[in-house]
Write a protein of this length. Structure first.
Length: 80
């Protein structure tokens, strides 16, 4: 379900560079729906700030920012 949510939150019209590996993101980072939404939006802002297309790296950076924002040190486990 997390993978489907990632896919639904990145619209087809968003410029993308490379492959966005939603399967890996959903397995590696066990985020709840709200955090996935926040990370997807944050990644889009990161790409826009840099003036580049969205990349997998933007998504991972945004996820790490979500983890840090709530004070979670480890990047593994559940973020609900």
């Amino acid at each position: 379900m997390r993978e489907q949510l990632w896919r639904s939150l990145i619209p087809a019209q968003v410029p993308v560079q490379g492959t966005l590996d939603f399967a890996t993101l959903s397995q590696r980072f066990r985020l709840s729906g709200g955090y996935i939404r926040n990370a997807a939006l944050r990644a889009a802002f990161l790409a826009a700030e840099e003036g580049t297309a969205l990349t997998h790296e933007h998504l991972e950076r945004a996820i790490r920012m979500e983890f840090r924002e709530i004070g979670k040190i480890s990047e593994t486990g559940t973020l609900e």
